[in-house]
Design a binder for this molecule. Sequence first.
Ligand code: NAD
Ligand SMILES: O=C(O)C(=O)C[C@@H](O)[C@H](O)[C@H](O)COP(=O)(O)O
Ligand code: ZN
Length: 359
Amino acid sequence: MKTLHVGLDDRSYDIHIAPGLLSQAGALCRAALPRAGRLAVVTDSHVGPLYGETIMSSLAGAGFQAELVTIPAGESSKCLSMLGRLYDAFTAQGLTRSDGVVALGGGVVGDLAGFAAATILRGVDFVQIPTTLLAQVDSSVGGKVAIDLPAGKNLAGAFWQPRLVLMDPACLRTLDDKTFSDGMAEVIKYGCIRDRAFFDFLCAHSSRAAVMEHIESVLYTCCDIKRQVVEEDERDTGVRMILNFGHTVGHAFEKAGGYETWTHGQAVAAGMVAAERLGAALGVSDGDGFSELLEVLSAFGLPTHIDCDWSAIVEAVGLDKKGDGEAITMIFLSHMGRALPMKMKKEDVLQNLAHVCGR
Ligand SMILES: NC(=O)c1ccc[n+]([C@@H]2O[C@H](COP(=O)([O-])OP(=O)(O)OC[C@H]3O[C@@H](n4cnc5c(N)ncnc54)[C@H](O)[C@@H]3O)[C@@H](O)[C@H]2O)c1
Ligand SMILES: O=C(O)C(=O)C[C@@H](O)[C@H](O)[C@H](O)COP(=O)(O)O
Ligand SMILES: [Zn+2]
């Protein structure tokens, strides 16, 4: 088993990575949540039938009274009404402040269940058991939890660190190729922002089979980069913004497509390309690695350009959480492997973006 420790004072926790870990969930949760009696296990309609029973019997074996709460699969569940349904399920189960919430699923389940855990009874303990590649390399670590609002992506949320993260790479075998590729967008992001050698490794291993041969070290590398960044800036006021490379335009693509046309991974892929094009036009990115970026994204079937109504993109970018009234922090790459956050006037970003990326 590989283990990483995220050091955040009283909000510190371990990330365990090992095949077959799901069946050890009970003992590991018991060690992390010694006082908890009840656990609400939130999952979705695809993941529950695959892995629900293994988790529930492992939790029962460790003495937990666990109940499974199943939401419909898909981004549209990351919403206010589904949050309300979780509150109802938690209160009906009789959850108290010494109990906990477990998220068993992808980033949608993790973000929604995490926000519910952060807010029910003003906060209960939370465990992440991520089952997609995206959730294992990114969303289960770092404590950002949220729902989408009609006005924009992840606009209501909290920072609520899990007490424990359990990732079983064997779960990735049941993913379809498109969902696996969504995770690859965030994997490639880590290479772009922090680790040129890792980016080169991905370029040389640009297929699902090749990545799966090295999956434990890929998960470890990504989580270790995220750990370092989050330990330095838990609340997203400085260096953590580099994890948003490709997301300013990416979130705008997601919103423009009604959160159904483009997945988060696809939108981030095209968003990274848009950020690189904008950076080059502004003279802050040297274009190093750009053609390789296009190639590796395409090799995983990810889009490098998304056609849509650019006025909607421009409007959504204006609402980005990295902005204030006048300015927005854009994340560029000075060169491949090195992120460059830059505070810019919103109007300059918007004008250049439409000019560089609009069709
Ligand atoms: N909090 C963060 O730091 C953070 C980081 C990145 C992304 N996100 C969020 O994560 C979400 C995207 O997450 P996602 O890509 O995991 O999507 P998702 O949770 O919708 O999962 C994608 C699909 O895969 C299915 N699935 C999950 N695990 C499976 C398995 N092992 N086998 C078969 N099917 C499985 C799901 O049911 C779903 O249909 C977005 O809402 C995004 O905003 C959050
Ligand atoms: O953890 C972070 O910080 C990130 O930015 C990771 C992103 O991949 C993730 O999509 C995150 O949810 C974006 O957060 P947001 O605050 O920009 O909505
Ligand atoms: Zn993301």
